[in-house]
Write a protein of this length. Sequence first.
Length: 468
Amino acid sequence: MSEPKTKGEELQEALCYQRKNLTETMTKEELEQAFDFCEGYKDFLNAAKTEREVVSRAVELLEAEGFVPFDPETTYAPGDRVYWNNRGKALLIATIGKKSLAQGAHINAAHIDSPRLDLKPNPLYEQGQLALMKTHYYGGIKKYQWATVPMSLHGVIVKKNGEMVQVRIGDEPGDPVFCVTDLLIHLAGDQMQRTLAKGIQGEELNLLCGSISLEDSKVPERVKLNILNLLHEKYGIIEEDFLSAELEAVPAYDMRDLGFDRSMIGGYGQDDRVCAYPALMAALDCKDPETTLITVLADKEEIGSEGNTGLNSDMLRYFAADLAKPYGIDGRRVLMNSQCLSSDVNGAFDPTFADAFEKNNTCYLNYGVCLTKYTGSRGKGGSNDASAEFIGKIRKILDENKVGWQTGELGKVDQGGGGTVAMMIANLGVDVVDLGVPVLSMHSPFEVTAKVDVYMAYKAFSAFANQK
Ligand code: MN
Ligand code: MN
């Protein structure tokens, strides 16, 4: 028999905020469900390493579940499922609810672009009888992390005649890979004096891509010419075609279980596909919702959500307006009455760099999905500071649906900061709060998440989608 609780123990239980490590509180069956869910997650990320590939794969899954391309002239009925493919790089997905759109929608927004090395418009050159490709990094990266990492190349090339060529090389077994080289330690005396920020500099992010010369002593740069010849044979392109291409170099390895206990996942591009995949799964599962569910998979978040596929554009505003118009409802009424999860990752506590975090207000691996009231930097600058009322609503939904969740800021005050799409959607009049998965080594070529947190993101998004 256990001893009766002391007064202090009773008070502690009743009054103190207790965070729970989910691996200690979830049942064996729940843990198995979480691990199973992550098998699908890993497969999805292996197949979809760029925003374009996420859109293609997502459209396949959506069409298999009865979603059809959105037609702004159609008046949809409750339960109808549509998607709008915005230029192959962003996706807006909706399942029509039973309630009028005038009462608002439930919006879940995640982004599908990730930091990477983009090829420059005129990338190929030869130096020291090696062929290399110039890159311009995309998003915030610690550049030194991207040298000596095997890289694959993904994207499209639009030829002079308008024909588009798909490129995906380096991720299939037997494919060659590419890499940014780094100076050997033996000769790095000068380099080692540089600050970490300049350990590898922007113009040193050059991808090695060939070393054999074309057999013809009459032309210069024969290694480069040999590569162009190979590219012409394989893709039918000439050098000028690079000018109208989007080629993205990303780490050339699959997602892996991490740890002796396989409790974590390591790999590239988890910010923010670790939220985009659960959001997509929740959208596929959501049938006949009370309130219309809109799921946004956005591009360009990592460079400030600019451009016509990013959420700083009017794509969500137009989509809401087009959905509502056939019913004679104004788009702004939809948005002003909508609720949104800005589903993006947060930086998990890293014991090796504990000083960067404030431990009472930081998220931890295995403690569930992280509800983030505000992001930003230097006094909440550039942040959507969600209201207590809206956080209260979301908190209730999470608790009622037994979703493991926690709260956290991105690091300690004035340590740095970052933003999400939350403020752009809030600017449309929508109630928005950030909710997402804690990540270690964010924006590196090998980001780490915990499986139970990924699963809790899915549970959270499902609960949000299916609320009455
Ligand atoms: Mn993100
Ligand atoms: Mn990011």
